[in-house]
Design a protein around this ligand. Sequence first.
Ligand code: ADP
Length: 246
Amino acid sequence: MGTPSDKKLIDENGLRLDGRGPDELRPIRIRTDVLERADGSAMIEWGGNKIIVAVYGPREAYPKHTQDIERAVIKARYNMAAFSVDERKRPGPDRRSVEISKVISEALTAAVMVEQFPRTQIDVFIEVVQADAGTRIASLTAASVALANAGIPMKDFVVGCTAGKVEGKVVLDLSKEEDNFGQADLPMAVLQKSGEVVLIQMDGELSKEEFDSAVAMIMDATKRIHEIQRNALVEKYQNIEAGGEE
Ligand code: ADP
């Protein structure tokens, strides 16, 4: 982290490099049923992020020793394509993708009625085809929609967003430059109805007041993001009713 010497991330009017105000989200678009073979799928475009999620299951957990006799095991696998970032990323799993897969699996487990499907696994394949900061929370937001699209019973939706500190100011939904050169990054995900926090990580430093204000901004944004999730699912049923493509 550190500040780039050549450009300011926030101008004299308080606007950010992409013209957003402090609590504005980048454009978000979610579509369901983007893959034919998956039980459920979704694609999210969030700023410059493009992420596809495929859900399979519940199906018998394999290998057998991974089975839980009381509940379904959610196996999320987050992968960034080699061409998803400016410099080619080395293909295959690395520490970061293993960590993100783990935190996503845990967050989704809190939302799904896993007790209904003992001994099974639910696979959630996440492919980041274009990365632009905030991929873990965008992945979670899309995965939640893909699970619903697969018809998997859920207690609640997971909705994620980030906030952070840039040039001393708390701002919502960090862009790539803000993530790289800002002072703090706080990705967070909650259950939409209950407000329970299911993911929270932090990079950098925030004072107690800044932290509280970042969390408040995120909580407010999750309401707007959930509307987009809901509309993506409703759109599908409207298409069916209209006799259009499923
Ligand atoms: P998140 O994507 O959840 O914000 P990070 O903070 O780890 O996760 O990453 C921030 C951004 O940095 C990513 O969205 C991506 O644009 C970029 N990035 C991550 N890993 C790499 C990599 N190996 N090579 C190039 N860019 C990367």
